[in-house]
Design a binder for this molecule. Structure first.
Ligand code: BES
Ligand code: ZN
Length: 633
């Protein structure tokens, strides 16, 4: 079955009533039935208008030897009148049986597997059944889950973490895996002695309790959240308080550095609250993961997941914390209803992140970050084409995995759109609008159409000229960048540009030229280096500034791109080390893509990847598989 034929397993309330059995048979969709104004989520088999999960209760054992999570998921469900089944998502789960709370068997069908979406599970709810228990096991290759051997961690114990967004939660929990459905959850997680589990939830038993197969820990998320925010990590974890409601969680060897790096977290929360209203999730902790974590960060509620590659020692990469924290409003309160509208999560969050950074570190600092974001966006415009369909904010994901459209567009074009609104209506009016938006639509799904409608009536009522000037529809539905986009500028970067030009003109390089540069000035400097540079200049740059030996991941990354373009071999041992030491897709994808452009690079990429692939999370290895396959490497 393909993604587009997903509707085949839809069974509407009316049809379900008319037909006795409702398994995996093809049905017509009732054209009159509407699910409010919410569009259908093409990436889930769930039919929330018919039946919805209202609470999930997990009881899982982590078996590190078998690389399997096994146990039960108890689901409380609501059904519409006359509906007697619920459709769940699953992908690669081994469902052993489904029972009622008192152990009687419940009938179900696991339907044919779709390559992208997995297998719908149709559970038959006879006699008004509103709670059932799925007994199941995950498989070692479950895409959400990465099982790490001790040598892949910062310590000497194994580790496990999950990554749910966008459609991976169904690979470790059977549920309605769509951001348009929210529910509460609780969990009991049993782990081997010496390991500690943490989740995107309140910790009820910080020290755990004895259990048959190790130690059990209980968690509770009392706020209804979408499935992609359910997350679990297990490892040798220590916890250090940073403030009254925030802390860091990390392996013991990393905890000091993490606590130092993220010391400003409470200030960020306070700034965010001043901007857009109360933080509604109780605690805000940051979990530092092993280096294979495929993202910079992930906004799991109560517990941001973060890559260790942002621990630079000088707190220069903490915009990522501001970003994940901002998601506590944009994304975790007001949530994109479908993945085609990811920009509603990410664009708002990049905008909000930058406002937090401006509050804490000042406007010139925030401007540097905005310019770097503009550059990221334009690099993607170069590869996607200014008229490329994935340069729309509202993307067309029909027949595709949402991950295939991932780019800077929802992030940076989304943020630029909001800055354009701000520039038209003024900051004061815009901030009042945003605060009200988070409050009014808290715990609700949002779509592009709903947002535009709300924006127009709430912020532009009686101001048709301003509305015209905004070109809102063009921003959301057309490719490329509308002409009213404002390019950010930075005086600090202008000075860097002058320095770079002088260096290129004279060939003179000395330490003093970059005396007080921050990470961002370095990144800007390196990005502006022309495609080809004489080897002598590369050597002098490297010798003067020790770039090949840099331990700042962002600087190292930019330098390695220059090294690949110029086949500067002294940097290649560092390149190999970088590609095997960490698995952040944002770094891996451009480096492998740069490599495969040449014959020698393809050979090198293949050799490194053969060694590195088993170290990466599936999110990254799936992307890099693609990069190499397309290049014939
Ligand atoms: N929620 C995203 C990560 C994500 C997006 C995972 C879409 C899967 C699908 C997270 O908040 C994020 O944006 N991370 C960025 C951080 C950066 C923009 C500061 C990352 O990982 O690079
Ligand atoms: Zn984000």
């Amino acid at each position: 079955m393909t993604v587009s034929s997903r509707a085949q397993v839809r069974v509407t309330a009316t049809v379900a009533f008319l037909l006795a059995s409702a398994s995996c048979v093809t049905r017509d969709v009732d054209p009159d039935r509407s699910e409010g104004e919410m569009p259908e989520d093409i990436h889930s088999f769930a039919r929330p208008g018919d039946a919805r999960v209202t609470h999930l209760s997990l009881d899982l054992v982590a078996d590190f030897d078998a690389r399997v999570l096994h146990g039960t998921a108890t689901l409380d469900v609501w059904t519409a009148n006359l509906v007697d089944e619920i459709v769940l998502d699953s992908n690669g789960l081994d469902v052993q049986r489904i029972t009622t709370a008192d152990g009687r068997p419940v009938e179900y069908d696991v339907c044919e597997r779709d390559e992208v979406l997995g297998s719908p599970i149709v559970v038959h709810l006879s006699d008004g059944l509103d709670r059932f228990i799925v007994h199941y096991r995950t498989r070692p290759k479950a895409n959400a889950v990465q099982w790490l051997r001790p040598e892949q961690t910062a310590g000497d114990r194994p580790f496990l973490f999950t990554q749910g967004q966008a459609i991976l939660t169904r690979t470790w929990i059977p549920l309605q895996d769509t951001p348009s459905v929210r529910h509460t959850y609780d969990a009991r997680i049993t782990v081997p002695a010496g390991l500690v589990p943490v989740m995107s939830a309140e910790r009820l038993t910080p020290d755990g309790e004895p259990a048959e197969l190790g130690r059990a820990y209980r968690f509770r998320m009392p706020v209804a959240i979408p499935s992609y925010l359910i997350a679990l990590a297990i490892g040798d974890l220590a916890i250090r308080e940073l403030g009254p409601r925030c802390g860091v969680v990390a392996e013991p060897t990393v905890i000091d550095a993490a606590a130092h790096e993220f010391a400003d977290t409470e200030k960020m929360i306070a700034a965010a609250e001043r901007l857009y209203g109360p933080y509604r999730w109780g605690r805000y902790d940051i979990l530092v993961l092993p280096a294979s974590f495929p993202f910079g960060g992930m906004e799991n509620p109560c517990l941001t997941f973060a890559t260790p590659t942002i621990i630079a020692g000088d707190r220069s990469l903490v915009a990522l914390v501001a970003h994940e924290l901002a998601h506590s409003w944009s994304g975790n309160l007001v949530t994109n209803a479908v993945w085609a509208d990811l920009w509603l999560n990410e664009g708002f969050t990049v905008y909000f992140e930058n406002r937090i950074m401006e509050e804490l570190y000042g406007e010139p600092y925030a401007r540097m970050l905005r310019v770097l974001g503009w550059q990221d966006l334009h690099e993607d415009f170069d590869t996607l084409g200014l008229d490329g369909k994935d340069t729309r904010l509202n993307v067309d994901l029909a027949g595709r995995n949402p991950d295939d459209a991932f780019s800077n567009v929802p992030y940076e074009k989304g943020a630029l759109f909001l800055r354009t609104i701000e520039s038209i209506v003024g900051r004061e009016r815009f901030d009042a609008f945003v605060s009200d938006y988070f409050d009014r639509f808290a715990f609700q799904p949002m779509t592009s159409a709903r947002f535009l409608q709300h924006l127009r009536t709430r912020l532009f009522d009686g101001r048709p000229n301003e509305w015209e000037q905004l070109r809102a529809e063009e921003w959301v539905y057309e490719p490329g960048l509308p002409a009213n986009a404002v390019m950010p500028t930075s005086d600090a970067f202008a000075r860097v540009d002058t320095t770079r030009q002088a260096m290129l003109a004279t060939g003179e390089i000395d330490e003093s030229m970059a005396a007080a540069w921050s990470t961002h000035e370095w990144v800007h400097f390196l990005r502006g280096i022309p495609p080809e540079l004489p080897t002598t200049t590369l050597i002098r740059l490297d010798e003067t500034f020790h770039l090949s030996a840099s331990r700042n991941s962002e600087i190292q990354f930019e330098w390695l791109r220059i090294a690949i373009r110029n086949r500067y071999e002294p940097a290649f041992p560092g390149l190999e080390e970088f590609l095997t030491r960490q698995g952040r897709r944002k770094f891996l994808k451009p480096l492998y893509s740069d490599l495969v452009k040449t014959e020698w690079g393809r050979t090198l990429a293949r050799r490194i990847y053969d060694r590195a692939r088993p170290l990466y999370h599936a999110v990254s290895s799936n992307t890099i598989d693609d990069v190499l396959a397309k290049a014939g490497a």
